[in-house]
Design a protein around this ligand. Structure first.
Ligand SMILES: C[S@@+](CC[C@H](N)C(=O)[O-])C[C@H]1O[C@@H](n2cnc3c(N)ncnc32)[C@H](O)[C@@H]1O
Length: 270
């Protein structure tokens, strides 16, 4: 337990050009930091908007109604990356599955679940970096959690139904988001919760324009992503809440991206 495993010993390579960016060592380091670093590790001595830190934890604490959950509850974290929201869901549910398309993200999440301290480098400036460690958050029971590699647009049979499905910053990274959204009715139990958070950053690199569910003109009228979500979901889900969720991504010691996701909570109709 807790023997530090240098990330560079596990992944010497960077992702090849045109391959999945989420397999690159740079994004793996950025996501380990985004999910597991303390405020001090993210911002050092600089002022930082504290309400924009700990985003993967806030997707759970601010968007999921945890009061209706318990040891009997099952949760699914789709596009879990390196797993922080999955662990946060395990504070409230007896079983949580985290699924991501990136093999390196899932391997890292599983290493943390198994109790290893995952060593990684955090970029300071130029070629300089500082060593950090990613650890299982305190108080989380790892036996409630499992991770698997999978495609949110073509999930395997046999996952069962869930009391909570979380999709954090995923929809605008899918090739065909509507395909994933339309498959959710069979995954969420009647009365169960679907939480979708996203800054709606549509990019051709990830999603062909004809598949954008919002952020474009349609028949001369602006189509917002929230309207696209309603169009895909409202037959099976009722929108019950939406909120703004700021988040901060550190690029290096003196450069940060500040974004504001919209978090929506939907209840599966009976
Ligand atoms: C912007 S990141 C968000 C990760 C995490 N939920 C968070 O909020 O930090 C998008 C994630 O979706 C994953 N992803 C992209 N396409 C996917 C797919 N088809 N199925 C499952 N995961 C996918 C990526 O590997 C990446 O981890």
């Amino acid at each position: 337990m807790n023997s530090a495993t240098p990330l560079t010993q596990q992944r010497q390579d960077s992702a090849a050009p045109n391959s999945n960016p989420y397999e690159s060592e740079r994004l793996l380091r950025e996501y380990l930091l985004f999910h597991y670093a303390t405020a001090r590790e993210v911002a050092g001595h600089l002022w930082a908007p504290v309400d924009a830190l700990e985003y993967p934890a806030r997707c759970v604490t601010k968007c999921v109604d945890v009061s209706v959950l318990g040891a009997h509850s099952r949760a699914l974290d789709l596009g879990c990356a390196v797993g922080r929201s999955t662990f946060e869901l395990a504070r409230h549910c007896g079983e949580v599955i985290g699924i991501d398309y990136s093999t390196s993200f899932i391997e890292s999440a599983e290493a943390i679940r198994a109790g290893r301290s995952l060593a990684y480098d955090c970029l300071e400036e130029g070629e300089l970096s500082k060593p950090l460690n990613a650890l299982l958050p305190a108080g989380v029971d790892p036996s409630r959690v499992s991770f698997e590699q999978g495609d949110a647009m073509a999930l395997r049979d046999g996952l069962g139904v869930f009391d909570v499905v979380l999709m954090a910053n995923l929809i605008d990274r899918l090739h065909e988001p509507s395909k994933c959204l339309l498959s959710l009715a069979r995954l969420v139990a009647p009365g169960g919760q679907l939480v979708i958070t996203s800054p709606y950053t549509w990019m051709l690199e990830y999603t062909p324009r004809e598949n954008w569910i919002g952020g474009r003109m349609e028949d001369g009228v602006p189509l917002r992503t929230l309207d696209g979500l309603r169009r895909c979901l409202e037959r099976d889900f009722e929108l019950v809440e939406s909120r703004d969720l700021p988040f901060l991504i550190r690029e290096h010691a003196r450069k940060f991206q500040w974004s504001v996701a919209e978090g929506t909570r939907w209840i599966r109709r009976a």
